[in-house]
Every structure is written in structure tokens, then in C-alpha cells.
Design a protein around this ligand. Structure first.
Ligand code: SF4
Length: 474
């Protein structure tokens, strides 16, 4: 049930954002009242937050906040925290000046069509009242913190767009009061859209417990909204983030999903095509091709330190795909951060993260369910082969499959055949039956991989088993 919403059009969204700017002082002055407040109250400790709000110019703060955002694992790695000799999260006592040659960190979004788009991935503030046990910005950790006002952030982003450095924005934040911080983030995006006229890709993070009016404004302003669920179950979340509750994290996503459905049904959300030529990175990707709205929802999990199994994680994700029609899920392999409660925990293997992404791909595009995937007795995916290969090995009775008659879901079980080639096969066989592996190859399949598992017009195609590596390499 969506709570009654008073703002149903962009003018009212602007009203919310304008009020937000007034509340935070940014409509009247480029000096943020919030920053001043933080500086006064938070200099040493505010709600247990340690560290200083740094006095830096906008360029330096943008550099620090964008580097800080690498911890939000929503893009292909385009930049790592740079060891500039001072340590990115150097203790508050480190007073050496920031290198003014430091540029804001540009990240790269891997799009479904295989391209990489440069985006500014940045935090509104790196101050936070929460105490997530894995996080560099948790309250109580001595670290360098800073903040940009909506005016500063939006103007900086506009300059970067005009300079051709980025073509999208991902905006997240630490939490300094949920409403206040959401106000600031929305005010930033509203300026980006309406003052600077940017119609390209914007991804906006919804903070835990964000109220419905904030969610609606976010849905109207951004191409993608997301909320990090962090733990596979409430028990796992409790180990990672004692102040967070699964229901509070889920609520904004549920509200966004309901609003998206309602706005689409009423025609209030325009199609991507209607939004102009500056389509976001996903304009041509599966978001549209697979029948979802242009507005994408996503979430993220921290993988490893809470001891969840892959089965638990993927079962939860399957439930989210079914209920909320998320565009995608991000799996963030845990990496310990110094001076946090989890600093002694082992780093999660990148291979585990990779296998989770492969399994997730099967859930979204290959008509698999989490219950069909192969897990070991501990509930983990095999690491020696990818999840589709593991399923094929466990189900020899399902092959060979006649490529001229199999429905889409069955074609997708064949090694070497993916969503694009399966669709092409279905189109081509309407015209003439496929008879040779060359037909499969022409349609984009990896014919050598598929050959042992298909029938073509009732016949097994010739198949040359690969030579053992030791022989073929000589
Ligand atoms: S809410 Fe948690 S994860 Fe996010 S910045 Fe604050 S401490 Fe870090």
C-alpha cells in the first residue's frame, strides 16, 4: 500500500527539493548551514562520529568524496583508492595538504551491451551516524570526512559533463539524519536536471528508512534508484550493520517498485525514447529489451563476513526479482578496512563474487531459478566451473536438445548458447531448419561448445573433442 503522496508532478518534486535547499541553506548561500553545523558539532565527536570535516576547496572535496565512493560497488572498477602518500583515509592528525592536481575519480559503468561509460560516482558526504561494521565511514572511526552542498555538487558535475569527462552520475552518501541527507541528495539531482539541463544517466541511492515523498521524488528524477540490503537474511544483516533492519532497507525499494508500476500504468513516466537523445548507459541494454521499465531498481550485498551461503544469498535475490522486478543485484566481495570491527576477517575471494554474478545472470536472463543451481553441502557454488556448466554436468539426461524445436528456456540450457543467439535461432528456424554447426555459428552461438549437446534436424553435428592442453600447446 503506497502512502498518500501529495507531490504527483515534477513541479511538486521541485518544491520538495527547493524546501530541502532552504532547509540546508544552499538556496541562499554556497556555504552550507549543514556543513557549518557539522563543523561546529562534529569536529571531534557527534553521535559518536570521529574525525574532522575537512576544510578543503570544492575540487579537493570532490576528489575525496568520489574516491570514497569506490566502496559502493556499483560500477566496473575504473579507479581504485589512490595511495597518494598521505593515505586516502589518513587519520585526522595528518595535516599535510591535499595535492591540488588530484582529479575527481571517474568510474566506469559496464553496460549490458558491453560498453563502458564514464560516470562520476560520489558521496554527498562521508560523515555518517551509522556504524556498519565493515565500513570506512562508520561512526566512531577516525577518518577524514567531508561534504559538498547540492550547489557545489551539481555545478561540479555540470563542469565535468561539459568537459567531456563523464556522462552520468551515481550519487550515494553517508547518513547524517535520513531526511536531511535525502533532502540534500534530491536537491543535488534536481539542480542537475533542472538548472543544468542534464537528461542523461543518474543513479540515486535511497537511504535506509527514506520516506515515501523522498522515494517518489527520487523515482521521478533518477534513471535508477537503489537501496543496499547488505545481508542475505536479517540475521546476517545484524552481524554486518547493527543499526539497520532488513524491513527498513526493503521499504524504500518496495515503495519505489509500487510507484514505478503506478506511474507507468498512468503514463506519467515517459519512455526512455521520450526523454531525449541523452539516453543513459542502459538505453539499449536488457532493461528495455527484457521488458522492464526504463526506471531500474537495484540492490547490493556484502559477500562473506556474515557467513551467508551462496544458496541463501541467491534465494533472497530470486525472491527480490520475483517481488520487486529489480534490474539487477550487485555482489560486493568483502575487503577488510583498517580500524573497523571486521578488519581481522579474511578478504572474500573475487572468484566467489564472479560465480555469484554468473549465477545471477542465469536467474535474470537464462530462465534458471535459484533452486535449480548446483550447490555443495555447505550451500556454496562450485568455483572450478561456472554455474551453467555445473548444471550441465549434473544433468546429462537433458541432452541432446533439438535446436529446431526447443523452446527458448531449453535452448538457453545448451552450452555456448546465450540470450542473443537463442533468440536468433528461434527467428532463423522459422525460415529454414538449422542443419550444420556453421548455422549456429552464424547466429552467434559458440558452435564448438554447443555441438556435443544439440541435435540439428535430428542429427548430431560432427564434434571434434578438444585436445588436452599439454598436447595442443606443443
Ligand atoms: S550507512 Fe553504513 S555503509 Fe553507509 S556510510 Fe554509513 S556506516 Fe557506511
Amino acid at each position: 500500500m503506497i502512502p498518500a503522496i501529495c507531490c504527483r508532478d515534477m513541479a511538486k518534486v521541485s518544491q520538495i527539493c527547493h524546501k530541502a535547499r532552504l532547509r540546508t541553506g544552499t538556496a541562499q548561500s554556497s556555504t552550507s548551514a549543514w556543513e557549518a553545523q557539522l563543523d561546529d558539532v562534529n569536529y571531534c565527536s557527534y553521535n559518536g562520529i570521529e574525525g574532522r570535516l575537512l576544510k578543503m576547496d570544492v575540487r579537493e572535496r570532490l576528489a575525496l568524496l568520489s574516491r570514497s565512493a569506490v566502496y559502493d560497488d556499483l560500477t566496473a572498477p575504473g579507479c581504485e583508492p589512490v595511495d597518494d602518500g598521505r593515505g586516502l583515509f589518513a587519520p585526522a592528525g595528518d595535516d599535510r595538504p591535499i595535492d591540488t592536481r588530484v582529479l575527481p575519480c571517474v568510474s566506469h559503468l559496464a553496460t549490458p551491451d558491453g560498453q563502458r561509460r564514464a560516470i562520476l560516482k560520489v558521496l554527498q558526504t562521508s560523515a555518517c551516524e551509522n556504524d556498519c561494521r565493515y565500513c570506512a565511514f562508520r561512526a566512531g572511526r577516525d577518518t577524514r570526512r567531508t561534504h559538498l552542498t547540492p550547489d557545489e555538487m551539481a555545478r561540479s558535475f555540470d563542469l565535468m559533463v561539459r568537459a567531456g569527462l563523464v556522462e552520468g552520475l551515481f550519487l550515494s552518501s553517508g547518513v547524517m539524519g535520513v531526511n536531511r541527507t535525502m533532502d540534500e541528495m534530491l536537491a543535488t539531482v534536481e539542480l542537475v536536471r533542472n538548472k543544468y539541463g542534464f537528461h542523461g544517466y543518474v543513479h540515486l541511492k535511497l537511504l535506509p528508512g527514506a520516506e515515501a515523498a523522498h522515494v517518489e521524488a527520487a523515482v521521478r528524477l533518477a534513471d535508477r534508484v537503489s537501496a543496499n540490503l547488505e545481508g542475505a537474511t536479517p540475521e546476517h544483516l545484524a552481524q554486518l550493520a547493527p543499526k539497520k533492519q532488513t524491513e527498513a532497507l526493503l521499504a524504500p525499494l518496495r515503495t519505489a517498485a509500487q510507484m514505478r508500476r503506478r506511474l507507468m500504468e498512468s503514463g506519467e513516466i515517459p519512455s526512455r525514447r521520450d526523454r531525449g537523445s541523452q539516453g543513459g548507459p542502459e538505453t539499449t541494454g536488457p532493461t528495455r529489451r527484457w521488458g522492464n521499465a526504463w526506471l531500474g531498481l537495484s540492490t547490493q550485498f556484502v559477500v562473506g563476513p556474515a557467513g551467508e551461503s551462496d544458496r541463501e544469498l541467491l534465494s533472497t535475490v530470486q525472491g527480490l526479482y520475483n517481488e520487486l522486478h529489480l534490474s539487477r543485484t550487485y555482489y560486493s566481495a568483502f575487503s577488510p578496512v583498517a580500524r573497523t570491527p571486521l578488519e581481522g576477517e579474511p578478504r572474500t575471494s573475487p572468484l566467489r563474487e564472479h560465480r555469484l554474478y554468473q549465477a545471477d545472470w542465469l536467474l535474470r536472463f537464462y530462465h534458471f531459478s535459484a533452486g535449480e543451481l548446483l550447490f555443495d553441502p555447505a550451500g556454496q557454488l562450485r568455483t572450478d566451473v561456472d554455474p551453467k556448466a555445473a548444471w550441465v554436468i549434473a544433468h546429462p539426461e537433458r541432452f541432446p536438445i533439438e535446436a529446431n524445436r526447443a523452446p527458448l528456456a531449453q535452448l538457453l540450457r545448451i552450452p555456448g548458447i546465450g540470450p542473443h543467439s537463442a533468440a536468433a535461432i528461434i527467428e532463423a528456424r522459422r525460415v529454414a531448419p538449422l542443419r550444420e554447426t556453421g548455422d549456429l555459428r552464424r547466429l552467434g552461438a559458440r558452435a564448438d561448445q554447443a555441438a556435443p549437446y544439440v541435435l540439428l534436424d535430428g542429427k548430431r553435428p560432427p564434434y571434434q573433442p578438444p585436445l588436452p592442453l599439454s598436447i595442443s600447446s606443443t
